[in-house]
Ligand binder design. Sequence first.
Ligand SMILES: NC(=O)c1ccc[n+]([C@@H]2O[C@H](COP(=O)([O-])OP(=O)(O)OC[C@H]3O[C@@H](n4cnc5c(N)ncnc54)[C@H](OP(=O)(O)O)[C@@H]3O)[C@@H](O)[C@H]2O)c1
Length: 249
Amino acid sequence: MPTALITGATAGIGAAFARRLAADAFSLVLVARDELRLARTAEQLRLRYGVEVEVLAADLASDEGIARVESRLRDGVDLLVNNAGFGNAGSFPEAPVGDELRMLKVHCEAVLRLTLAALPAMRKRGRGAIVNVASAAAFFTRGTYGASKAWVVSFSEAAAHMVGHPRIRIMALCPGFVRTEFHQRAGMDSSGIPGPLWLKADDVVRGAMRDLALGKSVSIPSLRYKVVVAVGRLVPRRVQAMVSARIGR
Ligand SMILES: NC(=O)c1ccc[n+]([C@@H]2O[C@H](COP(=O)([O-])OP(=O)(O)OC[C@H]3O[C@@H](n4cnc5c(N)ncnc54)[C@H](OP(=O)(O)O)[C@@H]3O)[C@@H](O)[C@H]2O)c1
């Protein structure tokens, strides 16, 4: 059985990855901070899909937490999904610098270190895949959050190219707004986000898995967001910043 390690696997997009990969008969390693919720999620997956599920409680905003996951990855996995992430209540420059640094640690440092930890075993086996969950915000001016996700896209594209192995795939996943716990946890008012801009986590994962199989290095699930990103790229950054400041903050 192939093995997948998913960070942030107890809610939202990560939980959708866990369901999909369990249905595809992957053994799972679930990573998040809340141990009780990890245990509950693992049990539900075992009962429903009959797969093996390990849990690894780790805070990816800490060196110790990242090191624990690195250590498990060095044993070898077939698929790594770097998904854990969050938004901050305030936006730049009001958000406390400690919160901004924690975001960079989880969104960038953890993604870099976990990718590096997973690759040697994949190279040895001559196959493997890494999905780094970025965001459509990577293509717009959305403060530290958008900047951190732009790093994820740029890093993933470069890593895919530099690893240069046809059977080791690295892909950045760039969803638009997805109905998860993300906005509530960040204390964001998402009431102004128009209904058609919301995606379902299961649909996002379906699109991601299809794009991964196609060998894409960047996946933007749904036609809506492909159009949003393509049009957004034509809009001057200053105008982007003005529109962005009004949506989903
Ligand atoms: N929802 C959206 O609109 C949207 C859009 C584009 C991209 N994204 C990206 O998608 C990813 C998943 O977001 P989501 O919407 O699914 O969020 P979510 O529903 O809030 O789930 C977040 C998951 O990450 C875990 N997590 C959070 N901080 C962590 C940390 N420091 N260490 C380890 N685990 C941590 C949480 O569990 P614990 O709290 O137990 O740790 C939970 O399992 C993020 O990278 C986010 O930036 C989301």
